[in-house]
Design a protein around this ligand. Structure first.
Ligand code: C2O
Ligand code: CU
Length: 427
């Protein structure tokens, strides 16, 4: 099943849990370790939620709420999450978006596990290796289930934070019913804070659309993208940024001595957070769009153009009259990217129309090499989801170090359910 109701490369192969050469995804599990264990329970259930504007929404919830509880662990922890499905008839799973987990823990129904049916349980078990801002969502018919509310934030705190932060908060942007909400609130969030406080705001776009975000009232830094630190991030002022579906941006903001800071969408009033005390700036800043190409500083000695490439793939994201497509094909008709362990792989992704396509790869973090032929000149940029707009081309680079069968798809989950879904397969 999953977003691919019609056909998945896996149903095609007959065995949904093996790679093309027969490695069992279920055998790829967390390595034993003495790491401290953090246990969580998440119950998926349908519920009627009353929003802060009085409206009610028929939603699917984790532990009775949407978004589900924010899960916070420390770098190095062993994470065990027991999912119980109370009454979601099609079954549910949990995918740990952006977290590099062993294949068996990736939570893709029909590929890495069967959907967890009503009154069944499944325990996810993995090590929280790389600190950062992540999120989780059901990956069974995800275009429906994520939209209905089965999503939440997952934060891996670093052992030592490179920044001295007074407040660390996560903000999940999503659509519930027809309403945009920010941490479940329709009217934005108000966070009191003292003058001079430094706030880390971890933004996740859990909706299907690209959101333009701005910051008014103070300069800010984008210190991490998709959970990966930017090297020596610079101050931004009067700049906005596009956060694609599935992406995360960590902002660092120092509250001014007087007045408030507003962080929010430049088009959706509900998607804003107001920090600090005193007078509020009149608008949420928008301005030139932030470009990552020359943001932050290069790491000395690190040369993008000297990376070796063993294998290249080209993916053209677009649409035909019937469906959303990759290289003109949909679902299992798209040949998988076949790789072996320890290969250096370049994936060139271009957007040939049909909307914004935030392209997400499971199980790996990739490095951005270039945009429209222009190399990244500033900080190295590592992502798991790259927002592509019409006529843009991005080159991605990764080392194949996590064997299994992994999905690659547009994170506008509607597009994924209309065909823009394929596999990365370890032979
Ligand atoms: Cu967040 Cu396959 O998705
Ligand atoms: Cu798309």
């Amino acid at each position: 099943a999953d977003h691919m109701h019609h056909a998945s490369p896996s149903s095609h192969a007959g065995h949904h849990t093996t790679t093309s050469t027969g490695t069992s995804c279920e055998s790829l599990t967390a390595t034993d370790s003495d790491a401290p264990v953090r246990d969580f329970d998440l119950t998926a259930a349908s519920a009627t939620i009353r929003l802060d504007n009085g409206k009610t929404v028929d939603a699917w919830t984790f532990n009775g709420i949407s978004p589900g509880p924010e899960l916070r662990v420390k770098e190095g922890d062993r994470v065990k999450v027991t999912l119980y499905n109370k009454d979601i008839e099609d079954g549910v799973t949990i995918h740990w978006h952006g977290v590099v987990v062993p294949c068996s823990q990736d939570g893709v129904a029909g590929v890495t596990q069967d959907a967890v049916m009503p009154d069944e349980r499944f325990t996810y078990d993995f090590i929280a290796t790389v600190p950062g801002t992540y999120w989780y969502h059901s990956h069974q018919m995800s275009s429906i289930q994520a939209e209905k509310g089965l999503i939440g934030q997952f934060i891996i705190e670093p052992k030592t934070d490179p920044y001295a932060v007074d407040r660390d908060m996560a903000g999940l942007l999503q659509k519930l019913g027809s309403q945009y909400v920010f941490n479940g609130m329709t009217q934005g969030l108000i966070v009191p804070g003292k003058a001079g406080d430094t706030v880390r705001l971890r933004l996740t776009n859990g909706a299907n659309d690209t959101l333009e975000m701005g910051v008014a009232g103070a300069p800010y830094r984008i210190v991490a993208m998709d959970g990966n630190d930017i090297h020596k991030p610079g101050l931004l002022e009067g700049k906005s940024f596009n956060i694609g579906a599935g992406q995360r941006y960590d902002l660092l903001i120092q509250l001014p001595v007087q007045g408030k800071v507003v962080v929010g969408s430049t088009s959706e009033d509900s998607l804003k957070v107001t920090l600090g005390i005193g007078a509020e700036p009149v608008t949420t800043a928008s301005g030139d769009l932030f470009s990552f190409l020359d943001y932050g500083s290069p790491v000395p000695g690190d040369k993008v153009d000297s990376l070796t490439i063993d294998k290249s793939f080209e993916l053209k994201l677009g649409q035909n009259v019937f469906a959303k497509s990759i290289n003109g094909k949909s679902f299992h008709e798209i040949p998988p990217m076949n790789v072996k362990e320890d290969e250096h792989v370049r994936i060139t992704v271009s957007n040939e129309g049909g909307g914004d396509h935030p392209f997400h790869l499971h199980g790996h973090t990739f490095r951005l090499l270039s945009k429209n032929g222009e190399p990244v000149k500033g900080s190295p940029i590592y992502l798991d989801t790259i927002l592509t707009k019409k006529d843009e081309t991005y080159e991605l680079y990764l080392v194949t170090d996590n064997p299994g069968l992994w999905m690659a798809h547009c994170h506008n989950l509607m597009h994924a359910s209309m065909g823009m879904s394929m596999m990365l397969n370890y032979e």
